[in-house]
Design a protein around this ligand. Structure first.
Ligand code: SAM
Length: 377
């Protein structure tokens, strides 16, 4: 687009340049490729892939409807007749049939002889902690993306920006109900994050781990259960952290767990821990805040102390569907932070003085990725 000028009707279509683009755009080539045995499989796969991307928003809405009706959860008890579901959902039979067939088409449900049951995927959806709640919470995100070009231009106000900065940005001024709803969502989805982090990180040699921005302690609980010798310290805002004491009490971890309140924006981080974890914290914040936080973590650690960053990360030079086409948009809508690649996080760690920086290949990029580093001895 010339001189960065605004356009209203989209970019101007131009004649394809270069032999490859000209070939791809030729209808004769397309017809030939769709017929020729060595290329027709590829053509079909590409066509299907394009169609799936185009129809993805309908798939998401089918999932949203199932989640809002809590149908997967209800079907955990066993198959239910369509007639019973008509009663329970107050959706007319003809319309419900379309929803159920859509649910079957995206692999969530099975329909047989007038009965509906869960597939393995549907059962996973109903039982993976926090997943259904996360989907229901997407309503605000859909509204934020309603005009995607305006969204990417930064011309729209976003609902996620109104909700989350209230939690992230205002230090101690958070009301208990907001903090509770937000922390529950985080704690539920933390189960998978903790699972993958524990598989990627060895806690050998760590005597005290401080989890900064540790929410209500779900990550530390998982670490404490898996590593019986580690002392645990949680650091989070005053409206969030106290709930962790109950969790540690229930898990029998209280004797080796402490809960400290404060803000990593306004306060220094307490010393005394030989490792610090930041789980799903950096991507909520600007580069300036992150640089400041990492400098505070560096100052709080002893020589040889370790830092563990765990959060979904961009694929960087190899964009990743889960993170670059989801988390990056989510954090953009939040307006407070961004989804960084392991290389970007490594650079920030290096700038803070950390060495021996290692990025772990994520087990599930949609769950989390890990970068670790050390303070020089
Ligand atoms: C996305 S949540 C992640 C919570 C937890 N680590 C997890 O993965 O489930 C971000 C956490 O950072 C905390 N946080 C945000 N700003 C903070 C600040 N200035 N000081 C301390 N904690 C903060 C929030 O209260 C919240 O618990």
């Amino acid at each position: 687009m010339a001189d960065g000028a605004r356009f209203t009707g989209g970019l101007t279509a131009t004649a394809p340049k270069g032999w490859r683009n000209r070939l791809m755009a030729s209808s004769r080539f397309q017809t030939w490729a769709a017929w020729f045995p060595l290329t027709r499989g590829l053509v079909r796969r590409e066509g299907q892939a394009l169609f799936d991307i185009m129809a993805g928003f309908c798939h998401s809405q089918i999932l949203m409807a199932l989640a809002e009706l809590k149908l997967p959860e209800a079907l955990l008890a066993g198959p239910v007749t369509v007639d019973a579901l008509v009663q329970d959902t107050a959706i007319p039979q003809d319309r419900l049939t379309i929803l159920l067939r859509g649910g079957a088409a995206i692999g969530m449900l099975k329909l047989r002889r007038g009965k509906v049951s869960l597939t393995q995927r549907g059962a996973a959806f109903a039982t993976v902690p926090g997943l259904s709640a996360m989907v229901r919470h997407h309503r605000a995100f859909y509204r934020d993306l309603e005009d995607p070009v305006a969204f990417f231009r930064g011309e729209t106000t976003t609902e996620l920006a109104e909700v989350w900065p209230y939690v992230f940005g205002t230090g101690t001024a958070i009301d208990g109900t907001t903090a509770q709803a937000y922390s529950d969502l985080m704690a539920q989805s933390q189960v998978l994050v903790a699972q993958d982090t524990l598989r990627m990180v060895s806690f050998d040699g760590i005597s005290k781990l401080m989890d900064v921005g540790g929410g209500t302690g779900a990550f530390l609980e998982a670490v404490g259960r898996a590593n019986t010798d580690i002392s645990l310290r949680l650091f989070d805002l005053p409206a969030v952290a106290p709930a962790a004491s109950d969790r540690f009490q229930d898990a029998g971890l209280s004797p080796r767990a402490e809960v400290l309140t404060g803000s990593f924006k306004e306060d220094v981080l307490p010393d005394g821990a030989d490792a610090i974890s930041l789980v799903r914290v950096l991507y909520d914040h600007s580069d300036t805040t992150v640089a400041d936080l990492l400098a505070k973590a560096f100052a709080a650690l002893p020589p040889g102390g370790r830092i563990i960053i765990s959060e979904p990360m961009s694929g960087g030079t190899r964009p990743d569907k889960a993170t670059d086409a989801y988390f990056a948009l989510y954090t953009l809508a939040m307006r407070t932070g961004r989804t960084r690649s392991a290389a970007e996080i490594s650079s920030l760690l290096e700038a803070a003085g950390f060495v021996a920086i290692t990025a772990k290949r994520p087990l599930r990029s949609y769950v989390t990725a890990v970068v670790m580093a050390e303070k020089p001895s």
